[in-house]
Design a protein around this ligand. Structure first.
Ligand SMILES: [Zn+2]
Length: 285
């Protein structure tokens, strides 16, 4: 089978694993009690609830040192993590989960259908894509359902099931505050086409995923979001915004109430482009 340009493996994949330090992004405050703890490839977010920390996604196993360094640099202690939420059960989003569980005793949350896949179809976690990853699946303490609210301290995070990229993708919506303003952050939990292209579906048999993906986009398009978070850092131009912010400290580019609809419509357009490319055999590299 030929390689699709919608497949998983990026050109710099080997480099990413051998030299994770090159992909470090110094941790920073996005707004109020919300912080970025991810790297150039994948998002991770820390929320200070006033009664402990919530961490969303734990990046790759090879970047777990960067994540822990980020937490310390922000002035927090990893042992104060009470809850780790996972957007979905792919290996690039739970790489440091086992380590952080051992350090903090945090409760681990994962969408119910991905938890089921961990038990019954572990290959769907794509560990085989992590060629240098010394990684194992974890046992979730809580299996999330559509509409669940995760509460800790001042935080109330609404989980919305948005299957497609994986069966158990959960998107998260929650308020954050700087003491003066309260804004709503939104994170689409799984946006990549790598698990939706025809090569992947031929290999894993997830023929249901495409219809679920487009239905999920329609389901969350109307959400009111002031701050778009990226499941991967490029999805919301994390690095571009950070650079602009450093050059112009007067405005916060992460606050953009129009971005959510642009993100969702952009994902739909990319999905349609993939189908069109496949129909014309333009998807193969
Ligand atoms: Zn994924």
């Amino acid at each position: 089978m030929k390689t699709s340009k919608y497949d998983f493996v990026p050109a710099n994949y080997e480099d990413f694993y051998c030299h994770p330090e090159k992909y470090r992004v110094p941790a920073f405050r996005i707004f109020g009690n919300l912080f970025f703890t991810g790297n150039t490839d994948v998002g991770s977010y820390l929320i200070d609830t006033g009664a402990g920390l919530i961490l969303i996604d734990t990046t790759y196993p090879t970047t777990q040192a960067l994540l822990i360094q980020s937490i310390w640099e922000l002035g927090f202690n990893p042992k104060d993590i009470k809850i780790i939420l996972h957007t979905h059960g792919h290996f690039d989003h739970f790489g440091a989960t086992a380590l952080l569980k051992s350090l903090s005793g945090a409760q681990l949350y994962l969408g119910m259908r991905d938890a089921k896949n961990f038990r019954e179809r572990p290959e769907m976690a794509l560990l085989d894509c992590g060629r240098h990853a010394c990684q194992e699946l974890f046992v979730p303490d809580v299996e999330l359902s559509d509409g669940d609210i995760i509460r800790l301290g001042n935080a109330a995070i609404r989980a919305v099931a948005t299957p497609g990229h994986s069966d158990g993708v959960m998107s998260f919506f929650f308020d954050v505050s700087d003491g003066k303003r309260t804004l709503t952050a939104g994170l689409h939990g799984g946006a990549g086409m790598n698990s939706l292209n025809r090569n992947f579906i031929a290999r894993y048999g997830n023929t249901h995923s495409r219809a679920e993906f487009t239905a999920s986009l329609a389901k969350v398009r109307g959400e009111k979001v002031d701050i778009v978070l990226g499941n991967h850092s490029a999805q919301n131009d994390t690095l571009g915004k950070l650079k602009r912010w450093q050059e112009d400290t007067g405005s916060n580019p992460f606050v953009d109430p129009g971005e959510w609809v642009r993100l969702i419509d952009g994902l739909r357009a990319r999905f349609d482009q993939m189908l069109d490319d496949e129909a014309h055999n333009l998807d193969c590299l």
